[in-house]
Design a protein around this ligand. Sequence first.
Ligand code: NAD
Length: 326
Amino acid sequence: MGEASSVLVTGGAGFIGSHLVERLLGMGRRVVVVDNFCDFYDAAIKRRNVELAHGNTNYTLREGDIRDQAFMEDVFAAGRFDCVVHLAAMAGVRPSIEQPRYYNDVNINGTMNVLECCRLFGDRPSGRPRLVFASSSSVYGVNAKVPFHEDDRVEKAISPYAATKLANEVMCHTYHHLYGFPVVCLRFFTVYGPRQRPEMAIAKFIRLIHAGDEVPMFGDGTTRRDYTYFDDIVDGIVASMDAACEYEIINLGNSRTVELRELIGLIASALGKKPRIKQLPLQPGDVPITYADIGKANRLLGYDPGYPIERGIQSAVRWHLDHAHH
Ligand code: NAD
């Protein structure tokens, strides 16, 4: 008998990735993380995210860049992956407008390396690993029809970030079709909670309101988002690692929308403060609403998000206050 097979998590030191890694290790799975600890936000935060995992003998960290083909081939040759969860990416809509080439490079070329390695290596009975890919609700662009359904037309991305995720989904389908390995593309809807990326709205609002600083509110506060607690997202990822799927695109959201103004109010009341709001023009790339139809996730994955926004915000606020040093 050879060594037990393991799960590769790219981007495993990030917000969502580090929570997934902890869950998998808790389930007794062997996990290999690839992450380059890039400076999109403070790398020290990512080092802390994986601190808990370090003591676990089932955990291996391979520090490197998904754009480095030789490195990725070495990772795949050394590991025996029955499943690859590909989360490494440059995330975020607004910064992608500032750095479109960088987003394109990481998200397109990096994902191509992951797909090529899935083609070349693997440990499933079929010879190739199952791939779970982190896509995004942003692929829906300005979708007038709500809630967003996986079969809605999605060729109208309005940010470079969204366009890369859409292109990734298409290439995932191509590799599934040509080489037969199963692929699940999960469209995450605004994920929040402990360890959320510091530039994302909820983490930023908690910091600013706590400090008594002005909260920039883009637009009149009526834009709506479907906010999903990280634990629900991890449930969906883990379920898709075992689901009987060939190629599927699946929404993972909470299926309840919250207005921006309401969100700021919820955070302020969890902090026991009054927010000072500064209204600013809507930002390019921002969509007016995201709203997930989660019927397919429920049917295929048994997905049933358990965190209403009120409870999720309470726990996010508690965590951010405990970690207020950054
Ligand atoms: P994150 O930035 O915290 O995690 C991404 C990780 O990838 C980071 O640890 C980063 O260091 C790593 N990474 C970036 N470039 C890399 C490279 N070239 N090589 C190796 N590693 C690299 O972001 P997150 O919020 O945890 O998002 C995880 C995934 O989920 C991303 O693909 C993102 O696009 C997607 N997603 C997130 C959300 C959300 O609300 N957080 C919503 C939709 C989709």
